[in-house]
Design a protein around this ligand. Sequence first.
Ligand code: ADP
Ligand code: ZN
Length: 526
Amino acid sequence: MSVSASPDVREVLKRTFGFDDFRPHQAELVEGLVTGRDVFGVMPTGGGKSLCYQLPAVVAPGCAVVVSPLIALMKDQVDAALANGIRAACVNSNMSLEDRKEAARAYRTGELDLLYLAPERLSSSGMLDRLRDCPSGGPAFFAIDEAHCLSEWGHDFRPDYLFLGELRKAFPETPIGAFTATATSKVADDIEAKLNLHQPVKIRASFDRSNLYYDVRQKQDWESQLIDFVKARPGQSGVIYRTSRKSVEDTANLLKANGIAAQAYHAGMESAERSRVQEAFIRDDVGIIVATVAFGMGIDKPDVRFVLHGDLPKNIESYYQETGRAGRDGEPSECLLLYSPRDGAKLRNFLTEISDEKERLRTMNLLREMEKFAAVPTCRRKALLRYFGETLEGENCGNCDFCAGGYEKVDATRDAQYILSAIARTGERFGSRHVCDVVAGANTEKIRENGHQNLKTYGLGSGKHKKHWRNVLDNLIAHEVVELSDDGYSIPRLTAESWRIMKGEREFSFYQDPRKERAKVSKKAG
Ligand code: ADP
Ligand code: ZN
């Protein structure tokens, strides 16, 4: 259903923002806030969320308060608003006391349309009372940006966001708008409940970014894969994500050694240097950025042609956000994930160190979903959208590596039976590696210690490489034939489907990537 926005709203859209039309769903959300209702907008990155509260802030009498966790970007947002002639200011801990006082004064005297507040400011003592101290007796409305930070089910939970639950109690009559780009339905319900939204205008835009080509490949010689990919796209802007600062620097050096202009970006760099790299990227002085996830928040570069993940992201939300930085201009763009099951194991090792048990399980579960996405060849777009609770109609999305048809279906019923029987005979007590060792007939200490060389299944698969068995097991896990224990040890466990396969009641097949990489890479300069 489309709402025709009232004339003054349309005029402000044109006059203040310079746009002729609303993007999908903006009109409903704007109209909601302007007419004093709560609103809840779930829209993908680049969907145009800021306008949904900035425009009402201009139209509504009084000053709107925007809560945003992205302190580093606040000043840019305020500057952009000021450039549009919106009376805006911000208050956060990065600012001088003097600037904060000036913002407070402007708010008190009714000189602002828009005030950005960091969440920790809002919860500081007396702040809610000070918000009443203005000509209209309180904010025109509250806008909560990145609202998924409220939910413990999301990937970016921030405890200081919980305080936002107080807003409804302190200002029962003031409309609240919540905005996020990442919300599974669980997270969305949680946000709505925590903010105590009252019959909000709810908008859930599609998360399908049809111009993005999703590609997931097994890491083989990953450096060749990387160089090959970048070299095949001369002159394109791209972001390469890596997990650690060291791997960021190594990868940037590898690219340079191969004649590709690339710059590193990570949180360990001086902030002036980071700004310089970011600026150079936006101005196209540098084509390729190799970065940790610290890069990209709020960077609005429309023509990023590819996003390459050199390591497995921690969860699907982050992956979606990061790939979403490609192709904001709507032009065809690519998202390549190079995946190795070992990445998942490495991340899991880090996660076992999280001391809070609830938090540990939560992040482990999110990681497991990400691994499943990467390990199981199926339509990438459907898998992503399913994660966000959306269904995509049609057989073939036409824009992912799986639908492009590079995969071969292989029958793996017999191989699956070997693995499952090894899990059964070792008592569902050993990790994936050990199970594969048993099938492959490896001679390890653990096998000797447990007498597993005497099992019937031992060595049944010695004709094939260990990697093959690992792949079969990964696929069994990904297809939910085998479950992993939830205790942090990820022990493979059998399910009813496992038994059906072992009894020969059903077959098991999966898709395999037959592609091989060829490029030659020089690892030294010159
Ligand atoms: P989000 O916060 O959802 O990621 P932004 O608010 O940053 O998205 O908007 C993304 C881009 O779209 C910005 O460059 C913005 O100027 C532009 N934009 C927003 N609304 C419109 C519109 N109605 N028409 C044209 N461009 C728009
Ligand atoms: Zn597809």
